[in-house]
Design a protein around this ligand. Structure first.
Ligand code: ATP
Length: 302
C-alpha cells in the first residue's frame, strides 16, 4: 500500500492541477456550471497546439448564429477572419456579444448555424481538449491559487522547467517584482498569501500564457483602468505575447487597438462597422464617436 501512495499522491496533484486550470478557464470566460454540453467527434482531426512547433493558426467565423436560449438569438450572422499571426479587435457596447464570440471559439457552446473554424476546419472536428490547448486567454481578472507565485505561472504548462518559468516571467515583466519578494518564486500568493494588485495579476496571467505558447490568443481587456505606468508595462508585455500570434482582442480602451489589422464594432449581436482604425475614423460614424468619447488622440496616453 505504501508503494502505491507515492504515485496516487502524484496523480491526485495532477488531477487537482487540471481541475484548477479548468475552473480558471471557466471563470475567465464568465461561465457558470450550467449547460456546457458539446460532444467530441468520433474521429477527431489533430491540431497543433503550440506556436513553437507550428505556424500561427487561422481563425474564422462564418455567418454564425447563436443564442444561449432557444427563444433569444444573441449573435445574428457574424463573419470575420483572423489571418495567421494577425490581430483582430472587437469593440462595442455592453451585452453586444463580444465575450460570446470568445466562448464559441473555445467551443463552450455549439453554434445554431454557420461555423467557427480554426485552421480551415470546423471546431467541432477537433477534440475539445486539443482545441482549448491551442488557444490561450489573458482574462480580465485572473484567479490566483493558494500556491507559490512560481506554481501560479507554471500551470500555464504543467511540466515547464524553472528556467522556462523564469523566462516567461521576464517576458511578462513580472520577474523583477518576484525577485523583490522575500521568498522569490516560492512566495505564497492568493487568498491565504500575498495579495497581488490587478496589474501584477495580469502579468502573472501573461506569463502563464507565454508558457502555454498557444497558437491563438484571446485578450479580454480589463474594463478597470490601471495607472499609466502599469498600463504601459502591461501593454509592452501583451505586445510580446501577441507578436506573430493570431490574436483576438476584446477591447474596452480603443487606444490599445489602434494597430489592429481589423476592428469589428458590435452592437446587439451585429457587426455594425469594420475596418482599420484609420478607415473607421474616416467613416466618421459609430467608432469615430467612441474614439472621440474616449478622448481621441489623448486616449493614446491613457
Ligand atoms: P460586456 O462588454 O458587458 O462583457 P459582451 O459584449 O461581452 O458584454 P456577452 O457577454 O457576449 O456581451 O453577452 C451577450 C448577451 O448574451 C447579453 O445579453 C447577455 O445577457 C447574454 N448572455 C451571456 N451569457 C449568457 C448565458 N450564460 N445565458 C444566457 N444569456 C447570456
Amino acid at each position: 500500500l505504501l508503494q502505491l501512495y507515492g504515485p496516487l499522491n502524484f496523480l491526485g496533484s495532477v488531477y487537482s492541477a487540471i481541475r484548477t486550470a479548468l475552473v480558471d478557464l471557466e471563470h475567465m470566460l464568465g461561465l457558470t456550471e450550467e449547460e456546457v454540453e458539446v460532444a467530441d467527434p468520433v474521429h477527431p482531426l489533430s491540431i497543433a497546439t503550440r506556436l513553437q512547433v507550428s505556424a500561427p493558426a487561422r481563425v474564422a467565423f462564418r455567418d454564425v448564429h447563436f443564442g444561449y436560449r432557444p427563444e433569444r438569438e444573441i449573435l445574428h450572422g457574424i463573419s470575420f477572419e483572423v489571418a495567421p499571426g494577425r490581430k483582430v479587435a472587437i469593440v462595442g457596447t455592453t451585452g453586444a456579444g463580444k465575450s460570446t464570440i470568445s466562448r464559441l471559439l473555445f467551443r463552450f457552446y455549439d453554434v445554431w448555424s454557420g461555423a467557427v473554424m480554426v485552421d480551415g476546419h470546423d471546431v467541432r472536428d477537433y477534440r475539445q481538449a486539443d482545441l482549448r490547448a491551442a488557444i490561450g486567454v489573458v482574462p480580465q481578472d485572473t484567479v490566483l491559487f493558494n500556491e507559490s507565485i512560481g506554481y501560479n505561472i507554471a500551470y500555464g504548462r504543467l511540466g515547464a522547467t524553472p528556467a522556462e518559468v523564469q523566462q516567461a516571467a521576464q517576458l511578462a515583466q513580472i520577474h523583477d517584482f518576484i525577485m523583490s519578494l522575500p521568498e522569490g518564486y516560492e512566495t505564497q500568493v492568493g487568498e491565504r498569501g500575498l495579495k497581488l494588485s490587478g496589474g501584477e495579476k495580469q502579468r502573472v496571467a501573461i506569463a502563464r500564457t507565454i508558457l502555454k505558447d498557444p497558437r491563438v490568443l484571446v485578450l479580454d481587456e480589463a474594463t478597470s483602468a490601471l495607472d499609466t505606468h502599469t498600463e504601459k508595462e502591461i501593454q509592452a508585455a501583451l505586445k510580446t505575447v501577441s507578436a506573430r500570434r493570431t490574436t483576438l482582442v476584446i477591447a474596452h480602451r480603443l487606444s490599445t487597438i489602434v494597430d489592429a489589422d481589423e476592428i469589428l464594432v458590435m452592437a446587439d449581436g451585429y457587426i455594425v462597422e469594420r475596418g482599420t482604425h484609420a478607415a473607421l475614423l474616416a467613416q466618421n460614424a459609430v467608432y469615430a464617436s467612441m474614439w472621440a468619447a474616449q478622448g481621441g488622440e489623448s486616449g493614446q496616453e491613457a
